[in-house]
Structure formats: structure tokens, C-alpha cells
Design a protein around this ligand. Structure first.
Ligand SMILES: *Cc1c(COP(=O)(O)O)cnc(C)c1O
Length: 427
């Protein structure tokens, strides 16, 4: 690895004494209280008051009727996708029923439109259910799924009935346009709000626009249970179905009776105690993250870069991660293979790779933006729809973008030092 400490541009820069994280858990004390309560009352399994409390609280916060606490955001997305498939296609394609053998999946042979630039947990559940993701390009305005590209996709594949939409880095997508397009084409919407809990679009919270939605309490999210997730919906019957599937689909019978395939996806009451201790601090975390974003915006204003944008008139992000995009003219050479990258430094220019490696060298953690799904080896032969011919927004953002250290415990001095390192990369 290139040694930035010996590079004259970085003369006098000291490594951080304590590692600066991208986004690490921030505990407040009550988490321990609720975990201890679970312990002392011996509600140490997947039933208990912590679970029912957070289901009520989070559903209320997001503005949906029902929440089901699950072992991960991925589990929430899986059951959301499965419920959507069930509603759309019934059990005619699914073979998780006594009538079929094996697990063809509830989406067997069906195409599903999915966000392209996201974590693969957004789209993998489609494949778990035998479906075929077709990726929809991002837009520059929010980095989320482009409504224009989605509209085009419906003209190319008019039979598609399901859209999986992720809000990247806490920035809400253009939900008015997206929900309108879905409605007009008779498609259901599943929202992946794993990164955007607390963010809103036109006064409505992300996670409330879709028919079935998922959020995550993974360790690096805006609030955390150390792990965990939640399924959200307004449909009473489907919330019950989700709960049943998540606890191995036991029927009401004196013995273990199974009439559907089940999963062990329920959250533990101990984990729910951590989440319960965190929920009162969601707004505080958002405010801290917002100040981090604003300090980067001000601090980096002298460089040929911009931050991950949002529609300030209609949306309020949760600012989970601040990401940065280098202007095209200010990009030095950077060639990415499947697992390695080659890069050069050039005066006045830089690359995500150079900045990430410089940060790492001084003990700070950044991250490349999500590598688009259409570029991933597992999904490379899948459909991919862009708004304009010959313009691919997601791969361009991947080439020029990176996530900056956005830990809410990062103090101002530390952030100033990070900004200084980024400046020196452009020298
Ligand atoms: C974190 C994340 C998930 C998955 O959540 P887990 O709780 O880690 O399973 C899904 N989608 C997106 C966009 C995420 O960032």
C-alpha cells in the first residue's frame, strides 16, 4: 500500500490516536437497563415486553399500523418480498405449500424492478424467492432509483408487478413520482428503509410509502440493536403472516403443526431491549449526523467535489452517512478490476481510492459507495435499465464517489483533520 506518511503533501499530519469510524454504535445507558430487565424477568427468548414496545414505538414513529421485529433487516426484506409475491401471484407460482415439492419460490420466473446502487441485501430476497431482479439506474438528484428509468422499465417489461426501492445513505427518493408510477402500472412497492429510519419526504417517513417495508438495526445504522430489523406494513393480516412465518410457521395445534414453510427470523427480547434503549435518541442521532454533513459541506467547499445531494424543499434526510462525489474534471486515474484497483495521483485531482487509502493510513474509516448491482458478478447477466441511452448514473457515482467518516461521536477537531487530509489529496 502507498505510504502517505512519507508523501510530502502530508508532512506534519499525525495519525488519529483513536480510530475514527465510518458509523459505530452509540449507546446511552437505557439499553443496559432494558437488557437487564429481560434477564431478571427471564424473558430471554423471542417473546417479551421489549419486543412489543419497540414494535409499537417504531410503527408509530414511521407512521404505519404494524411492525414485526425480526433478526435482521435482510429478514425483514425477505418477508416483505415474500408477502408482496403472495399477494401478487398467490400460491400458483410458490411451491412453499403442501401442493408442491421443493422450494421454487413465490416469485418463480418473475421479473422484479430493483434499485441498482444499493447493498445486496435489498435485492437478494428476490432471488431467495426464485425471482429475477432487473436493475433500475440511479438519478443524480438523490442517488436513488430514477423515476424516469423506472417508467422506461415498465414500457420494456409491462408484465412486472413489483418494485424494490432503497433510500441510500438516509436520503429519501422521489416518492411521489415512484408511488405514482407503481400505482399506474398496478405494481406493489417494497421499501428498503434500512439506512433511512427517521428520514421523511413531504412530511411522510420513509418506510411508510411501500406496501411492505423493511428497516435495520444493524450495528452501524442510525440506531442499533447490535443486530435486528423490522418489517412494517398497514395490512393487519400480512403483519400476522409475517409474524407466523418468522417463528417457523407453527399452526395453532397441540403439536408442531406445519402447513407452510417457516423461518427462524424473530428478534430476541434481549436485542429488542437494546433497540428500546435507542429509540428515544433517534432524533438526537439525526441532529448529530446533520451537523457532520453540514461541516463537511462547508469544509470541503473549496474543493472540486459535492456531497450526496437531496431535495431540500421536499425531503428531510436522516444524514446517516455523508458521501462525496469528485467532479469529473478533478478525477485522477483510477482503474478498478474485480478485486483490485490501480490509481495515480495528479496535481489538483484525486480519486475515491486515494482518499480512502489516505484516510486509512491516518486511522480513519471511509468506504466506497455501494458497487452497483448490475456490475456485480452474481447479477451481471440481469437486465439493467437507464433513463438515457449511453448514460449510466450508478456506475459513474461508483467511480467518483465515496462515503466519509460519519460517526456521530466524531468531534469537530477530528472532522477538521479529516477535511485537511482530503484537501491534501488534491494537492
Ligand atoms: C443494512 C442494510 C440492509 C440489511 O440490514 P441487516 O440488518 O444488516 O440485515 C438492507 N439494505 C440496506 C440498504 C442496508 O444498508
Amino acid at each position: 500500500m502507498y505510504d502517505f506518511k512519507r508523501d510530502t503533501r502530508f508532512a506534519g499530519i499525525r495519525p488519529f490516536e483513536e480510530k475514527v469510524w465510518l458509523s459505530s454504535p452509540t449507546m446511552h445507558g437505557d439499553e443496559m437497563k432494558y437488557m437487564k430487565e429481560a434477564y431478571e424477568t427471564n424473558w430471554m427468548s423471542t417473546v417479551g415486553v421489549n419486543l412489543s414496545e419497540i414494535e409499537k414505538e417504531i410503527a408509530e414513529k414511521v407512521g404505519v399500523k404494524y411492525g414485526v421485529a425480526l433478526s435482521s433487516g435482510t429478514a425483514a426484506m425477505h418477508l416483505a418480498v415474500k408477502l408482496a409475491a403472495k399477494r401478487l401471484y398467490g400460491s400458483s407460482t410458490g411451491t412453499h405449500t403442501p401442493s408442491g415439492k421443493g422450494c421454487g419460490g413465490a416469485l418463480f420466473g418473475k421479473r422484479v424492478f430493483c434499485s441498482d446502487m444499493t447493498f445486496d441485501a435489498t435485492v437478494n430476497p428476490v432471488v431467495y424467492e426464485g425471482g429475477e431482479p432487473v436493475f433500475i439506474d440511479s438519478e443524480y438528484d438523490t442517488w436513488n432509483m430514477s423515476p424516469e428509468a423506472l417508467e422506461k422499465a415498465f414500457h420494456i417489461y409491462p408484465d412486472v408487478k413489483l418494485v424494490i426501492f432503497a433510500h441510500l445513505y438516509g436520503v429519501p427518493g422521489k416518492m411521489e413520482a415512484i408511488t405514482e408510477i407503481c400505482r399506474r402500472h398496478g405494481a406493489l412497492l417494497v421499501e428498503d428503509a434500512a439506512e433511512s429510519l427517521g428520514a421523511s419526504y413531504k412530511g411522510l417517513q420513509t418506510g411508510s410509502f411501500g406496501d411492505y417495508n423493511g428497516i435495520s438495526f444493524n450495528g452501524n445504522k442510525i440506531i442499533t440493536g447490535s443486530s435486528g430489523g423490522m418489517f412494517l406494513t398497514n395490512h393487519l393480516e400480512d403483519a400476522g403472516k409475517c409474524r407466523k412465518w418468522s417463528t417457523q410457521s407453527r399452526e395453532e395445534a397441540p403439536w408442531y403443526q406445519h402447513e407452510e414453510i417457516g423461518y427462524n427470523y424473530r428478534m430476541s427480547n434481549v436485542i429488542a431491549g437494546v433497540v428500546r434503549g435507542q429509540t428515544p435518541y433517534l432524533e438526537e442521532h439525526i441532529q448529530q449526523k446533520k451537523r457532520i454533513y453540514e461541516r463537511y459541506q462547508k469544509g470541503l467547499s473549496g474543493l472540486p467535489v459535492c456531497l450526496n445531494p437531496f431535495d431540500g424543499e421536499n425531503s428531510e434526510p436522516n444524514y446517516w452517512l455523508t458521501a462525496m462525489l469528485i467532479d469529473k474534471e478533478a478525477m485522477a486515474s483510477q482503474v478498478r478490476g474485480e478485486r483490485e484497483v490501480l490509481w495515480k495521483t495528479e496535481p489538483g485531482c484525486s480519486t475515491p481510492t486515494e482518499i480512502l487509502e489516505a484516510l486509512e493510513c491516518f486511522h480513519a474509516e471511509g468506504r466506497p459507495v455501494w458497487k452497483p448491482m448490475h456490475m456485480q458478478p452474481i447479477y451481471r447477466n440481469h437486465g439493467f435499465i437507464t433513463a438515457k441511452r449511453k448514460e449510466c448514473v450508478s456506475s459513474d457515482i461508483f467511480q467518483r464517489g465515496l462515503c466519509l467518516p460519519s460517526d456521530n461521536k466524531m468531534d469537530i477537531k477530528t472532522q477538521e483533520r479529516i477535511i485537511d487530509i482530503i484537501y491534501r489529496c488534491f494537492e
